[in-house]
Write a protein that binds this ligand. Structure first.
Ligand SMILES: Cc1ncc(COP(=O)(O)O)c(C=O)c1O
Length: 397
């Protein structure tokens, strides 16, 4: 054996450091603890218990039968980009199809956006508690991520805007904000968006707005306040969205982003080297979802709001629980006394009470002491879950 051979053999067979240091999902860890436990009620993942509406599934079947099985343009089929431009324009003001790109769901849009604007050593800031993917993705690219926590108090979760602005020092490359937020349901108020936008404009900081829950909003408007309402499309803002939540299409992997046209040529290259395009028959079904889905979205909003109110009322009746009604998304993120180690507690809950909740610590250290409950299901199931939780808590007293 020669010298170079033995040197190579002594190197560990391992992924690079940045990847090994990524956090593994604690939600998965709880779900894994539940394998083999019969009849667990799964409230841990962020999806509805209902299948995608018929009219969208039929559109996909029809597209498949027609032979929509080929590669498409990197940025998506023209028909989908065009209906999305109309949809975004109706909600948030004039947007053209060359400012819209189709992606393989929201998480891929987040990765592409990060690949477009952050690199090794860049400083990125995120508002937390937050869905872990948003925090981990910039790390894959070698960026440093710093977090600014929402504060928890009698009003629920709120943002101290001055604290956020102080963290957005000159030289910061990217700010990521998810509103409505997973897990807290916090919705960024319009005046806070305005202040942050002005600050980021002054310092040349990119804003990555994750607005995948914008239609799961319980305010008076059709959608939650968006950075797109305030900003010009050619500014340093990338807004990420998804078909997963509004149209119940989690398994289809379809999303989009709104971005300055100055980025689209580079985005085309990135899509080419990541996925090349979203599946063509899925994109065709997406056209029908956007074009004909408004009635469905509104009925889903009503259903979710009723489920939220039902769950919040039921949890408020438990002695060890501190709960606020979220303004958006589909989660109740509540404080549970005894959840100082929320991961351990959620593992016990799944094994001993057959209730599957997500531990607050999965969303960053600020989430410790809390648990997340996805309420996108019918009220009988929510009631059964609350009754199991009550039984567990009273046995633990
Ligand atoms: C905050 C947030 N952003 C983005 C996504 C991405 O969803 P998808 O990749 O299914 O579009 C999710 C999914 O749970 C999410 O919670």
């Amino acid at each position: 054996m020669n010298a170079s051979h033995s040197l190579a053999e002594s190197l560990p067979v391992a992924a690079r450091d940045a990847i090994r240091q990524l956090r593994a999902s604690r939600i998965r860890e709880v779900a894994n603890a539940g394998f083999g436990v019969p009849d667990v009620l799964p409230f841990w993942f962020g999806e509805s218990d209902r299948v995608t509406p018929d009219f969208i599934r039929e559109a996909a079947n029809e597209a498949l039968s027609r032979g929509a099985t080929f590669y498409t343009h990197n940025l998506g089929i023209a028909g989908l980009r065009s209906v999305l431009a109309d949809y975004v324009s109706a909600l948030h003001g004039r947007t053209t199809m060359d400012q819209v790109a189709v992606t393989s769901a929201g998480v891929n849009a987040l990765m592409l956006a990060a690949q477009l604007v952050v690199g090794p050593g860049d400083r990125a800031v995120a508002v937390t508690p937050l869905w872990p993917n948003v925090v981990e993705i910039p790390k894959i690219l070698g960026a440093r991520i710093e977090t600014v926590s929402l504060d928890y108090g009698p009003q629920g979760w709120t943002l101290d805007v001055d604290k956020l602005l102080a963290a957005l020092t000159p030289g910061t490359r990217l700010l990521t904000i998810n509103s409505p937020s997973n897990p807290t349901g916090w919705v960024m108020p319009r005046d806070a968006q305005q202040a942050v936008l002005e600050h980021c404009r002054r310092h040349g900081i990119w804003i990555l707005a994750d607005e995948v829950y914008e239609r799961l909003y319980y305010g008076a408007q059709r959608a939650a306040p968006s950075f797109l309402d305030l900003a010009d499309r050619e500014e340093r803002i990338i807004c990420v969205n998804s078909f997963s939540k509004s149209w119940l299409m989690t398994g289809w992997r379809l999303g989009w982003m709104v971005l300055p046209t100055a980025l689209t040529d580079d985005l085309s290259k990135l899509i080419e080297y990541n996925t090349s395009c979203a599946p063509s028959f899925v994109q065709e079904a997406g056209v029908v979802a956007v074009r004909d889905g408004e009635v469905f979205i509104r009925s889903e909003q009503t259903r979710l709001q009723a489920a939220r109110d039902h769950l919040v009322a039921a949890l408020s009746g438990l002695p060890d629980v501190d709960v606020h009604a979220p303004q958006g998304a589909m989660y109740v993120f509540f404080r549970l006394s005894g959840a100082q180690d929320s991961l351990a507690l959620c593992k016990r809950l799944v094994r001993e009470a057959r209730v599957g909740l997500a531990p607050g610590s999965a969303f960053g250290p600020e989430g410790e002491g809390f648990v997340r409950w996805c309420y996108a299901c019918d009220t009988q199931r929510l009631d059964e879950g609350v009754s199991r939780l009550r039984g567990f808590l009273s046995a633990a007293d």
